[in-house]
Design a protein around this ligand. Structure first.
Ligand code: NAD
Length: 260
């Protein structure tokens, strides 16, 4: 039995992941705004510190897995998208690294998105800004009117962060495997309300999905379970697209990308 922390455990992909892991016999420490073992707001720096402390105490300082799943998207304000999806996520991942280093075959599965490869012309610089700037600078950037890139750029930054850090002494050098999943459109509390926003329903319907349907939260949960488990013991630094084929359809030759 492993002890695994799942943030965003009260809804959608996080709830499905927590349920699957518990059904497998693992102990899950759920984190969310409410209805969780540890409650707090990942957009708030003080809460991030308290959440890391409470999870560390709850697992007696030894954590075997982490799924930082909490997140928000449009129509949430950009300030929340920036602070929860990227800076809140990284605060939890970095804050729990010492407990993960003491865990058994520890693994982290972060949540990116196929909006990273599906958003035409998404500037890579916007993701680099997340990686290279502090929270207030990124908040200031996305307070601008063209700040609609906050979500895909933040998710691209999460994918880059995984690939940049997975092979380093702090992570795999401490025995911790870092990977990510990049979901397509998944039927959750995040996406369902979008159908009521005029224009958004139509643009969602235009997304080409070879499987011809939205994904289900448990389909992402099963990919996360694989990346947490010993079945993926040699998988390090990968971003697994779980999107019904959209990424492959739109950019069949973009990946793998040979060294220049
Ligand atoms: P969801 O809304 O069903 O669940 C998100 C959970 O995060 C909720 O329980 C919510 O309370 C929690 N949360 C939000 N803000 C928080 C905060 N400030 N502090 C603590 N917890 C907070 O959404 P979901 O679809 O399950 O999304 C889960 C993750 O998957 C997110 O990171 C999202 O960006 C990502 N994702 C979702 C989709 C999709 O189509 N649903 C696609 C790609 C990526």
């Amino acid at each position: 039995m492993k002890t695994i922390c799942v943030t965003g455990s009260a809804s959608g992909i996080g709830a499905a992941t927590a349920e699957l892991l518990r059904a497998d016999g693992h102990r899950v420490i759920g984190v969310d705004l409410r209805n969780a073992d540890v409650e707090g707001d990942l957009s708030k720096p003080a809460d991030r510190v308290r959440i890391v402390d409470e999870v560390t105490r709850a697992c007696d300082g030894r954590l075997d897995g982490l799924v930082p799943c909490a997140g928000v998207s449009t129509p949430a304000p950009n300030s929340l998208i920036v602070s929860v999806n990227y800076f809140g996520t990284l605060a939890v991942v970095n804050g729990l690294r010492p407990a993960l280093a003491r865990g058994s075959d520890p693994a982290v599965v972060m949540i990116s998105s196929n909006s990273t490869t599906m958003t035409p012309g998404l500037p890579v610089d916007e993701a680099m800004r997340y990686l290279n700037s502090d929270e207030s600078s990124v908040l200031e950037r996305f307070a601008a009117p063209d700040g609609f890139l906050a979500y895909p750029a933040g998710k691209l930054a999460i994918a880059f962060w995984v690939r940049m850090n997975a092979g380093t002494p702090d992570w795999i050098g401490s025995g911790i495997r870092l990977n990510a999943v990049a979901p397509g459109v998944i039927d959750t509390g995040m996406t369902r309300p979008l159908l009521d926003i005029p224009g958004v329903k139509e643009s969602l319907e235009h997304i080409p999905i070879p499987l011809k349907r939205w994904g289900r939260p448990e389909e992402i949960a099963r990919a996360i379970r694989f990346l947490l488990s010993a079945d993926s013991s040699y998988v390090v630094g990968q971003v697994l697209f779980v999107d019904g084929g959209t990424d492959a359809l739109l950019q069949p030759t973009a990946h793998p990308h040979p060294l220049p």
